[in-house]
Design a protein around this ligand. Structure first.
Ligand code: HEM
Length: 217
């Protein structure tokens, strides 16, 4: 049975130029954040390794984006993580958090420099105190793509992040990444958690902020 698609080309004429005022449940993520109390459980040859880490996150609003009639507001983010024991970056991650007000769809697109990209999805209401998105390997909408080495040696089958917005303005995340480590079952539960505290407000998006219109920074 074929389903008639609505007009897929015409963009919405009505949109808010001010992304910070239109982010729905994602508005509490905007800004620059820090914490030294992250906890990572990662896979090592002789068993799980637990590491405490310090984390910096910068989440800045982008101009509204359209896929035909689908209108999205969002934040572009960069996460940088270190540990007290090492100078080298422990974890680096860039991506977007996106919100579609018409449907309540929320998405996180993330890439990490291990050769891995994830698009995770969920739904939320503007005043939700908890938001979650998830992705599964093999799903062509909300899925996980990894380099052939990772597919062979550390296959990511599932990704999920749960974020709780706390009364004091901080937020707490828990990520779960199911890693099928070569030759071992069950899949390894690679987990990270942290509570982020704001150190600076977000800047308005380029459309309403002439100072960053050229570069977006
Ligand atoms: C706060 C977030 C995260 C931290 C601090 C972190 C940290 C780590 C560390 C320390 C390792 C072990 C590295 C090694 O043995 O060389 C690791 C492994 C891995 N992580 Fe994460 N991770 C985070 C989030 C993620 C996410 C979101 C994904 C994917 C969606 C992911 C995918 C992987 C994979 C595939 C491996 C195995 C690769 C390997 O050991 O070579 N990680 N992670």
């Amino acid at each position: 049975m074929s389903t008639a698609l609505p007009d897929i080309f015409t963009e919405q004429e009505e949109y808010s130029p001010d992304t910070l005022a239109s982010l729905g449940p994602l508005r509490r993520l905007a800004g620059v954040w820090r914490s030294d109390k992250g906890v990572d459980i990662n896979p090592k040859a002789d068993g799980p390794e637990r590491r405490v880490y310090s984390e910096y996150i910068n989440m800045q609003p982008i101009d509204p984006q359209s896929n035909g009639p689908q209108l999205l507001y969002g934040l572009r983010y960069h996460i940088h993580i270190n540990t007290p024991e090492e100078k080298i970056t422990f974890h680096d991650q860039v991506g977007y958090w996106l919100w579609e007000p018409d449907t309540g769809l929320i998405m996180q697109s993330l890439t990490i420099p291990r050769g891995q990209a994830v698009l995770a999805g969920g739904t939320a209401k503007p005043d939700d105190r908890r938001i979650s998105v998830e992705a599964r390997r093999g799903d062509t909408s909300f899925g996980i793509c990894s380099t052939p080495f990772l597919e062979e040696a550390f296959r990511t089958d599932y990704y999920r992040i749960d974020i709780d917005f706390n009364d004091d303005g901080s937020w707490t995340y828990v990520t779960r990444t199911d890693l099928a480590v070569h030759g071992r079952t069950p899949a390894f539960d690679h987990r990270d958690t942290n509570t982020m505290r704001r150190i600076a407000a977000a800047k308005p998006n380029p459309l309403v902020n002439p100072a960053i219109r050229e570069t977006g920074e």
